[in-house]
Design a protein around this ligand. Structure first.
Ligand code: HEM
Length: 404
């Protein structure tokens, strides 16, 4: 008979999230959590507990299990920071399950197919070249996040959505304020300004004849009555919020990691065809969206002879899983020749990152351009001296001063 997991059956409990001390390595506390696996009990900031999964193979199984839900408003969903409390009401693709989730995801898929991503590549190359021109025109040192990566990643999303060039500066200013908001109260102002702007954009350009996401969806889905106009706008804001910060941080931290590993950098420089493999290894090694694997169990689940009861919070820490020594040899070594198959940097299962093809292409184009056009790029300070983002946030740094 399976034993139901309760606090009494576990030897030790840990707090979650675990503090980070290094900008690019998983928290040191993950080793103890792994040692207490395959299911470790953790205590959250609000005193609630959740179950944390430590093995790669188990996580793949659970992330595709229909008894594992992404519904944030459900009782038991692990809230890892007070910042997420306010976001509970904001229903988006990542917080939906089943048919509702599939319906919205299906509507977005045409903008993220391999064919569409390939067609976008020349536009992304143009945006990247323009951002490198601006970087080179600045006087070093500059902050690679604010002065390069943030603008670049926003412009790619504006392009995807179909925000006209003349409106992009206003849009950028509002999205920066939204992305920097410390809590839901501070986010309210820029969020409603962005929603109002998008509403106006959909009214003026929503003919359904354009290539871009907002035009296409307002023509195809809103016109047919399949999609509410408010939902369309919410989806667009979500793409901006989920896609901008992640890609910007990956560009900055990815470049910094390459610069801190000169032998690896030299091998990528020597053979630019290795850039896609290097991007995959950077995605695995850094796993900036470590905190994205939060779920709640809706029915009892048998797990290694025990039962995880319905209503339990479940945590699949993507960085811990991407450093599982049973799956990756010497997981803490950065090796651009590794070919890190089936990593969790983009999640796994029904919620896997919709834009991973686009994100990969954008990273490849950006690293190629920086290596070729700014060959003397270097860090102004060692990465280890920079302030690390708080534990519940994405892996990364707040600023990355560089020079050349
Ligand atoms: C390197 C950059 C990126 C990383 C590391 C990343 C990571 C992730 C991860 C880990 C998830 C899964 C969340 C979960 O398990 O619940 C996810 C989902 C998602 N991402 Fe990304 N992402 C990136 C870029 C983007 C971009 C550029 C966009 C949009 C333009 C985007 C849009 C989305 C959406 C819409 C989802 C939700 C999919 C669903 O729930 O069905 N991401 N992303």
């Amino acid at each position: 008979m399976s034993e139901t997991v309760t606090a009494a059956t576990e030897a030790e409990t840990f707090s979650f999230p675990q503090p980070r001390t290094c900008p690019y390595r998983p928290p040191a506390g993950y080793s103890a959590l792994r040692a207490n696996g395959p299911l470790a009990e953790v205590t959250l900031y609000d005193g609630n507990t959740a179950w944390l999964v430590t093995r790669h193979a188990d996580a793949r199984r659970l992330l595709t299990d229909p008894r594992v839900s992404s519904e944030r408003a459900s009782d038991g969903f692990p809230i890892i920071t007070p910042r997420l409390l306010g976001a509970r009401w904001f229903r988006t693709l990542v917080t939906m399950d089943g048919e509702e989730h599939s319906m919205y995801r299906r509507m977005l898929i045409p903008d993220f197919t391999a064919k569409r991503t390939k067609a976008m590549q020349p536009d992304v190359e143009r945006i990247v070249d323009d951002c490198v021109d601006r970087l080179l025109a600045a006087t070093p040192p500059v902050d690679l996040i604010q002065d390069f990566a943030s603008e670049l990643s926003s412009r790619v999303i504006f392009h995807l959505l179909g925000v006209p060039t003349e409106d992009q500066a206003t849009f950028q200013e509002r999205s920066v304020r939204l992305l920097r908001a410390a809590d839901s109260e501070e986010a309210e102002g820029p969020l409603s300004e962005l929603v109002a702007y998008m509403d106006q954009l959909v009214s003026s350009r929503g003919s359904g004849t354009g290539t871009w996401l907002l035009d296409r969806l307002s023509g195809e889905e809103v016109a047919k009555g399949e999609l509410d106009r408010g939902d369309l706008i919410r989806m667009a804001v979500q793409l901006l919020v989920t896609g901008q910060g992640t890609t910007a941080q990956m560009i900055a931290l990815g470049m910094a990691t390459l610069l801190e590993h000169p032998d690896q950098l030299a091998s990528v420089r020597a053979d630019p065809d290795t850039v896609p493999a290097a991007v995959d290894e950077l995605l695995r090694y850094l796993t900036i969206a470590d905190m994205a694997g939060l779920r709640v169990v809706t029915e009892d689940i048998e797990f290694h002879g025990r039962v995880i009861p319905a209503g339990s919070g479940l945590i699949l820490p993507y960085a811990l899983l991407n450093h599982d020594p049973e799956t990756y040899a010497e997981p803490d070594r950065f090796d651009v020749r590794r070919e890190p198959r089936q990593h969790f940097a983009f999640g796994f299962g029904p919620h896997n990152c919709l834009a991973q093809g686009l994100a990969r292409m954008e990273l490849e184009v950006t690293f190629r351009a920086l290596l070729r056009r700014v060959p003397s790029l270097r860090l102004e300070k060692p990465l280890k001296e920079l302030r690390v983002r708080e534990a519940a946030d994405m892996q990364g740094v707040y600023e990355l001063p560089v020079t050349w």
